[in-house]
Design a protein around this ligand. Sequence first.
Ligand code: NAD
Length: 417
Amino acid sequence: MDRLNPFKIAQEQLDRAAELLGLDEATHSILREPRMEYHFTIPVRMDSGETKVFKGFRVQYNNARGPCKGGLRFHPEETIDTVRALAAWMTWKTAVVDIPLGGGKGGIICNPKEMSQSELERVSRGYIRQVGRFLGVTKDVPAPDVYTTPQIMAWMMDEYEIIMGEKHPGVITGKPIQLGGSQGRGDATARGGIYTVREACKLLGSNPAKATYAIQGFGNAGQFAATLHHDVLGGGTLVAVSDSRGGIYNKDGLNPHKLIDWKLKNKQVKGFPDAKKDITNEELLELPVDVLYPAALENVITKDNAGKIKAKISCELANGPTTPEADKILSKNGVFVIPDFLANAGGVTVSYFEQVQNTYNFYWTLEDVQHMLDQKMTNAFKAVYEMHKEKNVDMRTAAYLVAIQRVVDAMKLRGWV
Ligand code: NAD
């Protein structure tokens, strides 16, 4: 089971890059652990009148390049090691897209599907009451992640402003537009991934407009990937989609817009009238598609199924979907992996744009945001691809080499090592 501990995996990935970069022991040790973490309890009065105590975390992994940045998850199976891994990946992610931020992550062990809106509001405000003093634009800025929403970000910002007694819209990103959210934040993670698929297709000589694609996970990242592959890349056939309740398949294509309407109404993709058959999450991953988008949770491609992955490109919108053993198998079999912290960096990039706009109190158009996102993602993809060619390493290792070198440069300039 330890093999699937996401933090152990993140450390293992780092160790390989550290060896290739020839990092000294002190530098490597700093990068192997979070610099700071907070563990706390949040008592919440439930609608029933009973008080429930939730456990919360915030990890500030590394801030050499700037204030920490990273999402918040509300999940019943959240663990501190998942949060640590995600905070580490945020550090590499902000570095690989070259935005002046560090990496952080947070979470609450709770099941939002079983909570009312008012319970969710109280747990969100409780989180800020516990950890708010360690957050802020110069310290650490949270954002949405699994099962957290713009509404949750709005409650959290409001609680922070009540505590501080002044306006701080930049304390959290992924807010509703009316409260200082950025144009283009909603689809930014998927859009960034789609730009990297466009670049990968150019290099591999394939046409994304003729590609078949499958998506595991049909939340924020997965739903936008479904429509944007089609709308930005000029076509393609969405053959399969899944969520936590199972998946559906149609070799002739599923209409992404209609499917989103269905999912929003029915809370699941299963039962969609145009589906030809149901498939499991495992079967979806093994389909012979041109592009696979893992967009759910971590550790779904393991040594047990990696040999059966037939996709030509795996664009990892989810964090940590592939284990290190699986990576070796995918690389040997010639699957072109666009690694998570590159593929899904669009979200944090537009979150950074949101922070900048909040600080200036001046707001950009959707076209401005999308244009700058495209530039950031394309440059990041090219830097990683060049490293992949130059050092003859897989794309994930190449992304680590680019990102870690940038973090190390900042630590050295600060005199930490
Ligand atoms: P979300 O909560 O909006 O959606 C998650 C989706 O995954 C849901 O459709 C859910 O049904 C599905 N899911 C859950 N368990 C599953 C399982 N066992 N098998 C198949 N599907 C399952 O979350 P999201 O924001 O879309 O995040 C998805 C992934 O993308 C996560 O790994 C997250 O860390 C990553 N990510 C998201 C963002 C962002 O801006 N939203 C940014 C970077 C990375």
